[in-house]
Design a protein. Structure first.
Length: 94
């Protein structure tokens, strides 16, 4: 069986960086959906209770997902720039 060679490592780290970047972008897309679409659906329903509940849920979930996505963006940046700290951060986030 052919094991990884040291010269293959930069390519694998770059691929992992792109995967982190795309995964974090998807998380931010879902956060935007929760932050903007859920309160809009509540407003369309013309129900004050639904508007309040969906606004609180949409804002909370959207902000939480953005907060969770920020370390992934740092990990992706570090992996793409081959920073030494980025592998540890990616391992912790995984």
């Amino acid at each position: 069986m052919n094991w990884l060679d040291r010269r293959d490592m930069p390519m694998h780290v770059s691929v992992l960086g792109w995967l982190y970047l795309f995964g974090t972008a998807f998380l931010l897309l879902i956060a935007g959906f929760a932050f903007f679409v859920l309160p809009t659906l509540g407003a369309i329903s013309h129900n004050p209770d639904a508007t309040t509940v969906l606004s609180v849920i949409g804002t909370t979930v959207g902000v939480l997902m953005v907060v969770l996505a920020i370390p992934g963006l740092f990990a992706a940046y570090g992996l793409l720039r081959h920073k030494a700290w980025s592998r540890l951060l990616a391992l912790i986030l995984a």
